[in-house]
Write a protein that binds this ligand. Structure first.
Ligand code: AMP
Length: 279
């Protein structure tokens, strides 16, 4: 397995693979890898001749008040896991490699990026769309892999690829959870023991909403109210949002019908966690 720090190195390697007629899959990540990331990498290894994983904590998707500096990093552990999983190349650039000092070109999106996480984090998806576009141009993958855990991000990337005619297949992968239900996340490491227990309220509220839908409830307001009430029963939890939206446009709906996304963001102490289910 190769670790590349520059765009040039990645381009040279991908060019060599292309000459051999090999297909390439890309798994973009911010590192501190867990089984959620591993599930994307495994799928990419299954589907493609060669797999590139990017490990880059992208500064442009963090607001100045957010956790860019504190975001957990462990390149040694990540490299070992990638090697075990069969990754061929890790792209691990420094921010300076990705952003020139006078960088000023952005990929941004209307509508889909204005609700849910986009409402609480106004510059987030501009940073995500920009860095993912850059990675797509650098790696030129046949396929790229994203988790349903970040459902709005997945919908936005799909839309970006369609709107900008990028010739890349976007593969969505299901949410990987801890045994007790908590969705795996690099940010779970911020939680102390008490908060870790309290964080279960997210998946419990998701499972409650899911059950109501399975039992035939279609009134979005009723489902939302039950999920809010559940989360509010946990004293350490503070709701950022609980929303039921159309799965493509990310706009609120009154009635649940396929594809509908129920998404939540909840602070447990200072840690903001997200979870969702899709109908
Ligand atoms: P991140 O490193 O948090 O930017 O995540 C990189 C990719 O892994 C994104 O496409 C995420 O949606 C995906 N991912 C993160 N956590 C999970 C999880 N628990 N299950 C499935 N995919 C995940």
């Amino acid at each position: 397995m190769q670790i590349a720090y520059t765009v040039k190195e990645v381009r040279e390697q991908v060019k060599a693979w292309r000459k051999e007629g090999l297909s390439v899959g890309l798994v973009p990540t911010m590192g501190y890898l867990h089984e959620g990331h591993a599930s994307l990498i495994k799928k990419a290894v299954e589907d493609n001749d060669r797999v590139v994983t990017s490990i880059f904590v992208n500064p442009t998707q963090f607001a100045p008040t957010e956790d860019l500096e504190a975001y957990p990093r462990d390149m040694e552990k990540d490299s070992k896991l990638c090697e075990t999983l069969g990754v061929d190349l890790i792209f691990h650039p420094e921010p300076e490699e990705m952003y020139a000092p006078d960088f000023c070109t952005w990929v941004d999106m209307d509508v889909l990026s204005k609700t849910l996480c986009g409402k609480s984090r106004p510059i987030h998806f501009r940073g995500v769309c920009t860095v993912v576009s850059k990675l797509f141009h650098i790696v030129t993958p046949d396929r790229a892999y994203f988790g349903q855990k970040d459902a709005q991000q997945l919908a936005i990337i799909r839309r970006m690829v369609r709107d900008l005619n990028m010739d890349i297949e976007i593969v969505g992968c299901p949410i990987v959870r801890e045994e007790d239900g908590l969705a795996k996340s690099s940010r779970n490491t911020y939680l102390n023991e008490e908060e870790r227990k309290a964080a279960l309220i997210l998946s419990q509220s998701i499972f409650l909403g899911q059950k109501m839908v399975q039992e035939g409830e279609t009134d979005a307001a009723k489902i939302k109210a039950a999920m809010v009430e559940k989360i509010q029963s946990e004293p350490l939890a503070r709701i950022d949002y609980v929303e039921i939206v159309d799965g493509l446009s990310m706009q609120p709906v009154d009635t649940v019908q396929s594809p509908t996304l129920a998404a939540i963001a909840v602070y447990i102490g200072k840690t903001r966690l997200i979870d969702n289910f899709i109908v």
